[in-house]
Design a protein around this ligand. Structure first.
Ligand code: BG6
Length: 291
């Protein structure tokens, strides 16, 4: 569908338009009294959400690429149908195929609360994947996977949310104190629960075996970002710190102190199995409070 077609079919006066975004990729732009936001058709990717009266909540790298076949760095990449390296094919792209391809817009609605957009794509080719996102005082993102094949399938999935923080050294994450984690920096070694909030003083890359909410306490900006979730049994917490940031071509060398990923996921031992003809979904809800 062309930009004009999208605007004719789905734009909503004053609150939702489709525009050429970075790299010429088409994005939906939401300008609602409750919140502003952006969602790219590339990857069904939410790249911005800012509730009224707050700073931007999602972090985007200034060095992100915006190209077909490449992932967008920041916002909410969707990892599917695998997370990280593909176990049986190390040459396959990191975090799966869903974030690399163009999605279609299925529907758009608007009301006094906010704007809801749904996009979908086919992956691999038996998966039909949709991402339904409500941009309002709360950000709500529901990823649905339908298995249209003839056999049962097993996959991993993540809403890989990048959050903006004032200073990672003064940020902490609560809610995961009682959860053991797999340390990605030590071959996914299982580490027992620490009983403490998470603080950051070096590269951190952990898969928490955890199905509840988490809160980012941002001391520098005096706000708390609450990340709620449903049907997700793992939470990934990631900051690349200095050396890894420097190695990533689409991540500015000095950007790492301003971001933190808290990802709604089902990965590793918590991958999902879906029977033919069945659907599975997972949801992330984000809200912000001033401290
Ligand atoms: C995180 C992983 O979720 O994503 C990290 O835990 C990884 O290991 C990071 O480095 C970024 O991945 P990518 O493929 O977007 O560079």
């Amino acid at each position: 569908m062309t930009l004009d077609d999208l605007n004719v079919r789905f734009a909503r006066p004053d609150v939702l338009q489709f525009e050429p975004g970075e790299g010429g990729l088409i994005r939906a732009v939401i300008r609602h009294p409750a919140a502003t936001g952006e969602m790219y058709l590339h990857g069904g990717h939410v790249s911005a959400w800012q509730p009224r009266g707050q700073r931007p909540v999602l972090w985007m790298s200034q060095r992100s690429q915006f190209e077909p076949g490449k992932p967008i760095r920041g916002g909410v990449p969707l990892c599917f149908p695998w997370f990280g390296a593909k176990p049986d094919d190390p040459t396959a792209p990191s975090h799966g195929l869903a974030r690399l391809v163009a999605w279609e817009v299925d529907s758009a609605t608007a009301d006094d609360r906010g704007v809801t957009l749904q996009m979908s794509t086919r992956v691999a080719p038996h998966y039909h994947v949709t991402h339904a996102v409500t941009f309002a005082a709360e950000l709500s993102m529901t990823l649905t996977v339908e298995n249209r094949g003839e056999a049962s399938t097993r996959f991993e999935a993540a809403q890989h949310s990048y959050f903006a923080v004032g200073d990672i050294h003064r940020a902490l994450v609560t809610g995961l104190e009682q959860a053991p984690f797999l340390d990605q920096l030590a071959g996914r070694q299982r580490i027992p629960a620490t009983g403490e909030p998470i603080t950051f003083s070096s590269e951190t890359d952990r898969i928490y075996l955890h199905d509840g909410p988490a809160v980012i306490e941002d001391g520098a900006w005096g706000r708390a970002i609450r990340v709620e979730k449903a049907h997700s049994r793992a939470t990934v917490v990631w900051n690349p710190w200095i050396a890894k940031a420097a190695r990533m071509p689409d991540f500015g060398d000095d950007e790492w102190p301003g971001m933190l990923c808290v990802e709604t996921a089902n990965v590793g031992e918590r991958a999902v199995t879906v029977a033919p003809g069945e659907r599975w979904w997972m949801r992330t809800g984000v809200s912000v409070a001033t401290r």
